[in-house]
Design a protein around this ligand. Structure first.
Ligand SMILES: Nc1ncnc2c1ncn2[C@@H]1O[C@H](COP(=O)(O)OP(=O)(O)OP(=O)(O)O)[C@@H](O)[C@H]1O
Ligand SMILES: Nc1ncnc2c1ncn2[C@@H]1O[C@H](COP(=O)(O)OP(=O)(O)OP(=O)(O)O)[C@@H](O)[C@H]1O
Length: 654
């Protein structure tokens, strides 16, 4: 159904082809998964199928790509729209209408389908993807995951024979991701739809694939095989595969169920063994409760109505951080739009989070009443917390501590939606909190409240003593930094070099600080590249580096692993652990249960705008079918969470 014949793509100005020598056939009615490190060319390859590469991206395509016999170089994306449906990594930039229902109908309208067929398919799709309650909503007001569901729905309604999906579950909560994958599998099995999908969170998808295509490195020819064959050799693999490799299981397990069947012996071996260091959470929780109690009701009820802020969401997924930490390498990214070359409308001007442009001076004032309560640059060890670095490579210990940020009985309205209700949360210096919960639960809203992008409608929020929405950006930036769900909102220079130079200046950091951070997170990004042309993972690494350059006492990350391969995530984990050990407080909104297991001292789960769980990571996630990491499920009821912990124990002779 899709055929690549000696395909190579060279972007304008690039020294070498991004992908080359691609010879592949994707049979009709199969789900083929495209995997490989960040920036290796996955999105580029997907773009050649939808025609976005090179029609929209520029560059030179050599060889031939055909879909259902149509050459994508001689057919414009519009002329392929009846056969191929494409979901790119950034749905928002490709929506063409304003409301959910209109968006679901748009593709069918373009193809001239009868109104009754359109109506029926819109209803089916609303149900299939859990969008019925959102049908009349303006798309610009949806959370990130809600938008991703609409983007997927909008390509399903025309019933294309081929679906090209770039990280389609990256913003979805774990349960929603499973639902979407089940829908795709049904289309493949029942309707013979052909699906080509790139995804980093292999723990979510590998079991659905008929075949896997691995792009091992930039410019290297792809390797095709069954999921088990490829997972045996791939540099990117999910935690169960990591566990299987560690335990020497053959064949390798691809699912939690496979692994559980093999794990009886391992469970026995680990039963009496102390789980390698996973500390800090209990302290964080105790601190938060105490603080919540004292600060409740302190805040003024600043009324806001529908503050225009990015309708963000949080990326989905899980990953094998501990596995990647020592065995993986490479980068990743997403392709473009929907394959329909209709007008791209900017619905509501998205407010850009522009704090970093305001020339911050990150050194916290020592005396002001609202000065940051922690000194993140204090390496003397005399601070209020004890950085007992764990030798096991898991979490650092946090001792009771000064709050860096608090929300007390916080309520936030976004338009008519009550996005947060009675939220009490205290974030302490040195602790890392994973904020989890289903799409639309209010995670991004809470992060936005900490940076003053939305205002409380009741209760209060404080960051280092300051009221965020009443604090001038140049002051606030000394206290808090946010990496938004869409990293491009933070980037404005023409090159990676320019972006980094601006970040160094803004942060008052030594020249080269930001660039070194980029290299640490994701090596190999070219200096002269326009941030727009970076792969998704590369862009995220750049945005993270920009914010980290200022070393804010409170660091907020909204789904920080989209587009990142396991190795890049492992590097991110190590950077964030270092920051936490230096006394920075970190809050990450994430659907990546593996990331939370690896990094967070404490997990806070939001549901319908309320906190429904708050506790040490292992306590909160192990008992949860949605939020438990793969290793947690395999070894349950033992409270082990990561491959790294198991490796440490086995190496120590368990
Ligand atoms: N600008 C807005 N106007 C109206 N409603 C909004 C706006 N932004 C978000 N919402 C709604 O507020 C609720 C919380 O959204 P939020 O983005 O905080 O969720 P989230 O937990 O981050 O979700 P996701 O996991 O999908 O990113 C959702 O129901 C969302 O549709
Ligand atoms: N339009 C473009 N112009 C120039 N270079 C580009 C363009 N698009 C992508 N690139 C470069 O091509 C390489 C491959 O990018 P691509 O997005 O295909 O990778 P990917 O494997 O999908 O990455 P990720 O997993 O991070 O999404 C990257 O180095 C990127 O910087």
């Amino acid at each position: 159904m899709i055929r690549f014949e000696d395909v190579s793509v060279t972007y304008d100005g690039a020294d070498a082809p991004t992908v080359s020598g691609v010879e592949l056939a994707v049979p009709e009615g199969e789900l083929v998964l495209l995997v490989g490190p960040s920036g290796v060319g996955k999105s580029t390859l997907l773009g050649t199928v939808s025609g976005l590469v090179p029609h929209f991206t520029g560059g030179t395509l050599r060889g031939r790509v055909t879909v259902a016999g149509r050459d994508t170089r001689t057919h414009k994306p519009r002329e392929l729209a009846d056969v191929v449906g494409t979901v790119g990594q950034d749905p928002l930039s490709h929506f063409v209408t304003d409301t959910v229902e209109d968006e679901l109908a748009y593709g069918m309208e373009s193809l001239g389908l009868a109104p009754d067929v359109m109506r029926r398919r819109v209803e089916e799709t609303l149900d299939l993807l859990g969008l019925a309650d959102l049908r009349d909503r303006p798309i610009a007001t949806l959370s990130g995951g809600q938008q991703q569901r609409v983007a997927i729905g909008s390509v399903l309604t025309p019933h294309p024979r081929v679906l090209v999906l770039d990280e389609p579950t990256s913003a979805l909560d774990p349960a929603a991701a499973e639902e979407v994958l089940a829908v795709l599998q049904r289309l493949v099995h029942d309707l013979g739809t052909t699906v080509l999908m790139a995804e980093h969170r292999l723990e979510r998808v590998v079991q659905y694939a008929d075949q896997v295509v691995l792009l091992p490195g930039p410019g290297q020819a792809p390797v095709l095989g069954s999921p088990a064959e490829i997972m045996a050799v791939s540099p990117v693999f999910p935690p169960v595969v990591g566990l299987g490799r560690l335990a020497g299981w053959s064949p390798l397990p691809l699912t939690v169920r496979d692994a559980r069947r093999r794990a009886a012996g391992l469970r026995e071996r680990l039963a009496g063994v102390a789980v390698p260091a996973v500390e800090g959470a209990a302290v964080g929780r105790a601190a938060s409760r105490a603080e919540g109690a004292t600060s409740r009701g302190v805040g003024t009820a600043d009324r806001t109505e529908g503050a225009a802020s990015p309708g963000e969401g949080v990326a989905a997924g899980q990953s094998a951080l501990s596995v990647g930490a020592d065995s993986l390498d490479g980068p990743v990214r997403p392709p473009g739009g929907r394959g329909l070359s209709g007008p791209v409308t900017e619905h509501t001007p998205r407010r850009r989070f522009s704090l970093r442009r305001l020339k911050p001076r990150p050194t916290p004032p020592a005396t002001a009443a609202d000065a940051p309560v922690t000194g993140p640059h204090d390496h003397t060890g005399s601070g209020p917390h004890d950085h007992t670095g764990s030798s096991t490579g898991t979490r650092n210990t946090v001792t009771p501590v000064t709050p860096v940020a608090t929300a007390a009985s916080l309520g936030v309205h976004r338009g008519r939606i009550e996005a947060l209700r009675q939220v009490d949360l205290t974030v302490s210096a040195g602790e890392t909190i994973a904020l989890m919960g289903r799409n639309g639960a209010g995670k991004s809203t809470l992060l936005s409240a900490f940076v003053g992008l939305v205002q409380p409608s009741s209760g209060s929020v404080r960051v280092s003593g300051a009221v965020p929405h009443r604090t001038a950006p140049r002051e606030l930036i000394r206290r808090v930094g946010l990496v938004p769900q869409e990293p491009r909102d933070l980037l404005y220079a023409d090159t990676v070099t320019g972006e980094c130079a601006a970040a160094d200046t803004d942060a008052g950091a030594a020249p080269g600080t930001c660039r070194a951070l980029v290299e640490e997170l994701l090596p190999g990004i070219a200096d002269a590249t326009h941030p727009r042309d970076l792969s998704e993972g590369q862009r995220l690494a750049l945005a993270l580096a920009v914010v980290l350059t200022a070393r804010p006492p409170l660091l907020l990350l909204d789904e920080p692993t989209r587009g990142l391969d396991y190795a890049a995530k492992a590097r991110l984990v190590s950077v964030l652990r270092g920051l936490a050990a230096d006394g920075h407080a970190i809050v990450l909104a994430t659907h990546d249960v593996e990331l939370a297991a690896e990094l967070a001292h404490r997990v806070v789960i939001l549901a319908e705008g309320e906190v429904v769980a708050d506790g040490p990571t292992e306590e909160v996630v192990v008992s949860s079918p949605s939020f438990a990491p793969q290793i947690g499920k395999v070894l349950a009821p033992l409270p082990w969470l990561t491959v790294g912990q198991v490796r440490t124990a086995l190496e120590a002779g368990a």
